[in-house]
Design a protein around this ligand. Structure first.
Ligand code: PRX
Length: 644
């Protein structure tokens, strides 16, 4: 699609939106000229016990210190719950839609407040204190939001672990932050199948000595083992607890949550977000990017195990007093039209999903969409990976009937919330472009030497100054924080993404420039999958790269060298796939495994992934210079044995 394929803001949307093009320009200008003044005003969108007087105190150099609103005192759960009680206590806060289409539930702000208070009291009674870490390993049920907010209320730091992760992945995330408590469910439900969460947690707990208690939500009701003294039923604890609970006063810079995410090297990092800046960013971005208007029904299809679920199912919408829909199931079960059925059923106004979902629905044609009215839809959002113009146009044309703007939102676990996105009433869209930075965000493109590039160009995407929602550190590893984000281009935050900027200043994200994969919008480190593979007794060495995949965006392609004497059979390939699923989780399953008697290495022993990526992508006519390889013949051999 040409850069000039503009889809202009609809006048009727601009008229009703809080931010139109002129306001967008003036906000951007104000945030740039006077960030202190701008963010002092914006901070008022959340509730403070003590409003901040110090606004911004940040440095991207030296020790890298990021502090926003630092003398303010607040509690995130108050902004999400208590302050709404007077005005909209009886409004639905959460619409829960079950995996089974005949099951749903509505929870008002008043109900949610009480449920959060009860769990907060129960956790306090178990001895959980401010600053303690609590791991949540839950399906997409209301209790997941309750547990997050209850942790926030007592000042405990939650670490949500995606329910699709394996026992090993859960264990390493619990161990890294020494959680004292785990909250899980008997089982989860997804696409008609059950997920054995409690059994997985039991397996993980064998190597998690810091965990004193496991609270178990009765969800499917199927029998699970309960360990005397350690395991407690959620419903029993909450029934016995008081329905009100004083919130813990938190400094703006006290931690709110840790969320583990993959990088290009080593184990997943504990991304740490604090309270004040994150809440301001969550509320600010949710309101403006989706042009959220009071009374609207908002549905983000993410899982709470990812940052999108944190910021745009729980904290952002609830801070804005919205009605947020939480969906337990998957977009294509029991039928390929499930999303649109849910949209009509609950009269959803704003729908936010990932390009992977759009592409897989697109494959099934228009009929399953057209079967439903979708008249309630007003804004469509996309997140998690680059959206190709074809999928964008389908989303716009077929799902939104050319009535709804599409906001392609670029951001990361580290950024806390959206940084680059159109605003429905203010920014003309271009299919495939995340368009312009939000007010207060200063992106830049740099070449590999770190020189800032001007005008229409392509380069590494950096952010030049801090924004309130930025992560503060890697939990217990500030050096890794500096190393990962501020050392490649000193003085700038490096996103790990590449991007192009066109003549209108619009950003087009081209994808990761490091060894991080994005498979169906799920972020994964190649190093993690490699270490899972080499942990198998028959594997000597492994190299994992991404390959283009029509639906998933990227697929996982693994080159595996077996130990001497091991037979390279199809049965062993299957065994390795099962092995990786067990080690990490089903989302890390390799799409292709190629036996590699040798890997292309430099003379110093470094694997040349560039070459492996080209082979996996069938781009062998542009391999580039291979003369620096220790043994160039392995390349021909790998090309000859390419799978798929
Ligand atoms: O590569 C970018 C891609 O997802 C990465 C961040 O992944 P994660 O931390 O798991 O957060 C996902 C949800 C925000 C980014 O480095 N990404 C995210 N949104 C977009 C995107 N790539 C292109 N366009 C987007 N809108």
């Amino acid at each position: 699609m040409a850069d000039d394929a503009l889809i202009a803001v609809k006048p009727e949307l601009a008229a009703g939106a809080k931010i139109d093009a002129a306001r967008h320009r003036s906000m951007t200008e104000a945030a740039r000229k006077d960030p202190e003044g701008f963010w002092r005003e914006e901070a008022k969108r959340i509730d403070w016990m003590t409003p901040p007087t110090k606004i911004k105190n940040t440095s991207f150099t030296g020790d890298v210190s990021i502090r926003w609103f630092e003398d303010g005192v607040l509690n995130a759960s108050v902004s999400c719950l208590d302050r709404h009680l007077a005005e909209r206590g009886d409004q639905t806060a959460i619409i829960w839609e079950g995996d089974d289409p005949s099951v749903d539930a509505k929870v008002t702000y008043r109900d949610l407040h009480e449920r959060v208070c009860r769990l907060s009291n129960a956790m306090r009674k178990l001895g959980v204190q401010k600053g303690d870490r609590v791991s949540l390993y839950l399906p997409m049920i209301v209790e997941a939001a309750v547990a997050m907010l209850a942790c926030a209320r007592i000042g405990a730091v939650h670490s949500v672990v995606f329910g699709g992760f394996s026992p090993d992945s859960l264990a390493s995330r619990v161990q890294d932050c020494d959680s004292v408590l785990v909250i899980t469910a008997d089982e989860g439900r997804r696409g008609g199948r059950t997920v054995p969460l409690k059994a997985n947690a039991d397996e993980a707990m064998k190597s998690c000595p810091t965990v004193k208690h496991v609270i178990v939500v009765r969800n499917t009701g199927n029998a699970v083992a309960m360990q005397e003294g350690r395991d407690l039923w959620y419903h029993e604890l909450c029934a016995a607890a008081e329905p009100t609970c004083p919130p813990e006063p938190m400094s703006a810079e006290d931690p709110l949550f840790i969320l583990y995410t993959s990088g290009s090297t080593g184990k997943p990092k504990g991304v740490l977000h604090t309270t004040g800046g994150y809440m301001v960013w969550a509320g600010f971005t949710h309101e403006h990017v989706f042009d959220y208007r009071p009374g609207e029904i908002y549905w983000c299809t993410a899982d709470v195990g990812w940052v999108t679920g944190h910021t745009y199912i729980v904290y952002g919408p609830l801070a804005n007093g919205a009605t947020t829909l939480m969906f337990e199931g998957v977009p294509n079960w029991p039928g390929i039209d499930r999303c649109w059925q849910v949209v009509d059923k609950h009269q959803v106004n704003i729908f936010y999903t990932a390009p992977t979902a759009i592409r897989s629905l697109m494959r099934e044609g228009e009929a399953p969409v057209k079967k439903w009215s979708r008249k309630s839809l007003r804004v469509l959002g996309s997140v998690g990976e680059p959206i190709n113009p074809e999928a964008w146009m389908w989303y716009y044309r077929v799902v939104g009937d050319e009535r709804c703007p599409v906001v392609d939102t670029w951001w990361q676990t580290e950024t806390g919330g959206i940084l680059i996105s159109p605003l429905p009433g203010a920014v003309d869209q271009k299919p495939g472009s995340a368009t312009l930075p939000l007010p207060g965000v200063q992106p830049g493109l740099v070449d590999n030497d770190g020189t800032v590039l001007e005008g229409a160009t392509e380069g590494n995407l950096v952010i030049l100054d801090s924004w309130p929602g930025q992560m503060r550190t890697v939990f217990r590893d500030h050096d890794r924080f500096i190393q990962t984000y501020f050392s490649t281009f000193p003085g700038k935050y490096f996103s790990g993404d590449g991007a192009r900027r066109d003549a209108d200043g619009y950003y087009w994200i081209t994808g990761r420039v490091d060894d991080v994969l994005n498979v169906s919008g799920h972020r994964m480190g190649t190093a993690e999958i490699e270490s899972a593979l080499v942990a198998h007794p028959k594997v000597a060495e492994a190299a994992v790269v991404g390959m283009p995949h029509e639906i998933k965006g990227q697929g996982i392609y693994a080159y595996v060298t077996l130990k001497t004497g091991e037979e390279p059979t199809d049965a062993l390939k299957k065994e390795l796939v099962t092995w990786v699923r067990k080690e990490i989780g089903p989302i890390a399953s390799p799409d292709a495994i190629q036996w590699a008697p040798g890997l292309p290495k430099t003379r110093s022993g470094k694997i040349m992934r560039r070459i492996l990526r080209k082979i996996a992508a069938n781009e062998t006519d542009s391999l580039g210079d291979i003369s620096t390889l220790a043994d160039p013949t392995v390349v021909q051999e790998l090309i000859g044995n390419k799978v798929g």
